[in-house]
Design a protein around this ligand. Structure first.
Ligand code: AAO
Length: 465
């Protein structure tokens, strides 16, 4: 039996958009831990307005952990079960604002509210009333004062410079930490002064992981770099650059790690192909793009820049449509454990995409575990094919054209045959047969014969005789 080479600790996260807590707990045990994911980004756990659209989650009414996605007990149980499986929970923290409803109402858990009045939490003076635009909404992202003191789509904008607001937000985050979450996505961080966010963060226990959402906007005054002093940021440039690179045969692809223009430093960057906003907006590639989406994810997982976040949501044709729910509005807990034959060519609206179970994704997580601590070497481009080596550990190759092609990539991996992890990898550690494709390294050159629109990757753990 060959010795299994060293693997790095997993670092890849997955956003399980609008998935209920009980279902996330099942995923941790059945698909995420086995496939090598390190953490899950959940949707917001706070009490929200009563509406069917997915974005109800982003309109807090109180900080009770009661929502369409589950109860406080279910949330706590999820954190525990995921933790036991070795998967950490990152909660989406909506702390820039409360709901944007103009009329009074009652939240999901029965809490009454009025615009700018949330009993026991906040009153009128705790909100910005910017007076800079006709309706106090942000209209110009080129104006820092508007971005940070006016309202994002009418959402009541908390004045996070106030100590009582910081303390109230901090108590909410502390409550989540007491249940065992590892950290937070800071929703709409761009709309809070970085100093305000930092003041809230420094009061939390050391080691709390912070992931700020600051969408990079060309020429805007508020840039992601302002938020890197106290945590990571989602780097939107990464996905924006990838499709043009695929389309151009990678002529502009950066070859190795180092400073990339309009990218935060690698150790601060969270990279992704799409998220719940961009799949409804700017993303070039989503679950609908099948093979090209797989290729983009494979390249991201093989790359040496940033920490990848895989995205798994549900199919939709209406941008506002919430995930399927029962009559009471509770989102249906769907398991991906039995998903087969994915990605599908076509999804019914509401069907979970189950990206965490796609064999190509699982295979690339394995590649990453073997290769991530080793440098990315200069890429090779041949027509529609492109590839690169992670020094001595693995080689990835992709074909983004509609004709079969072949590419040769120099490598220091030992001569021999290797199973392709994108199409299924090796049978097991004790049986070195390949489930599907295999490729050879001969005289220091890996040769990949690739069907149209495919990715392939070999690493030293997939050697076979
Ligand atoms: C809903 C209704 C509204 C209603 C409101 C209140 O849709 O009509 O007024 O309720 O009742 C989500 C939904 C919203 C929903 C909201 C509350 O998306 O539709 O509103 O919940 O229920 C900006 C922010 C960014 C934000 C993004 C959506 O900076 O933080 O807008 N994302 C987060 C969440 C998101 C959530 C919220 C925040 C609110 O991820 O799901 O909203 O909690 C530019 C700017 C960006 C700006 C975008 C969009 O981006 O740079 O900062 O994001 O525009 O306005 C190019 C450019 C780039 C540009 C991008 C746009 O690539 O380079 O600059 O395109 O795609």
């Amino acid at each position: 039996v060959p010795l299994e080479p060293d693997r790095a600790a997993p670092d890849v996260g997955i956003q399980l958009f609008q998935l209920p807590w009980t279902a996330i707990a099942d995923e941790c045990e059945q698909t995420l831990a086995p496939n090598g994911f390190a953490w899950v980004l959940t949707s917001p756990p706070n009490e929200h307005i009563v509406r069917d659209e997915w974005w109800a989650s982003y309109q807090p009414v109180s900080y009770e952990l009661e929502s369409r996605l589950g109860t406080r007990d279910e949330f706590a149980d999820m954190v525990q079960r995921c933790d036991d499986a070795g998967v950490q929970i990152i909660a989406d923290a909506v702390i820039n604002h409360m709901t944007g409803q103009d009329d009074p109402g009652v939240g999901w858990a029965g809490t009454p509210y009025e615009h700018y009045d949330y009993p026991d939490l906040y009153g009128y003076d705790d909100f910005h009333h910017c007076g800079l635009t006709a309706n106090d909404d942000i209209s110009n992202y080129d104006d820092r004062a508007q971005v940070q003191t006016c309202e994002l789509v009418n959402l009541a904008d908390l004045d996070t410079s106030r100590q009582n607001v910081r303390d109230t937000v901090g108590a909410y985050l502390d409550d989540l930490l007491s249940l065992g979450v590892a950290g937070f996505r800071i929703d709409a961080a761009k709309h809070m002064d970085a100093a305000d966010v930092e003041a809230i963060i420094v009061a939390l226990p050391e080691g709390t992981r912070i992931m700020s959402e600051v969408i990079r906007g060309g020429g805007e005054p508020v840039q992601p770099e302002e938020y890197t002093a106290f945590g990571e940021v989602f780097e939107f440039t990464y996905a924006r650059d990838l499709l043009p690179a695929l389309a151009s045969g990678f002529v502009n692809e950066p070859e190795t790690e180092g400073d990339r223009p309009l990218h935060v430093p690698a150790d601060k960057a969270l990279v992704f192909i799409d998220n719940h906003d961009t799949e409804r907006g700017e993303a070039d590639l989503t679950y609908r793009d099948g093979d090209l989406y797989v290729i983009a994810n494979a390249l991201m997982l093989a790359d040496d820049y940033g920490t990848p976040v895989v995205y798994s949501g549900y199919a939709f044709s209406d941008r506002d449509a919430g995930a399927p729910a029962d009559d009471a509005g509770r989102v249906t807990p769907v398991s991906c454990a039995i998903a087969t034959d994915l990605p599908a060519d076509d999804y019914e609206d509401g069907a979970r995409t189950c990206v965490q179970t796609w064999p190509a994704i699982a295979g690339m997580l394995e590649f990453r575990a073997f290769a991530m601590d080793f440098p990315r070497l200069e890429g090779v481009s041949e027509g529609d094919a492109y590839g690169f080596e992670r020094a001595g550990r693995g080689v990835i190759a992709v074909n983004v054209g509609d004709e079969a092609t072949s590419i040769q990539i120099p490598t220091t991996m030992q001569d021999g045959k290797y199973c392709d992890v994108v199409s299924g990898g090796r049978e097991s550690w004790t049986n070195d047969g390949c489930r599907d494709d295999e490729f050879s390294v001969e005289n220091g050159v890996a040769t990949f014969a690739l069907a149209p629109f495919t990715a392939a990757a070999i690493h030293l753990g997939t050697a076979h005789r």
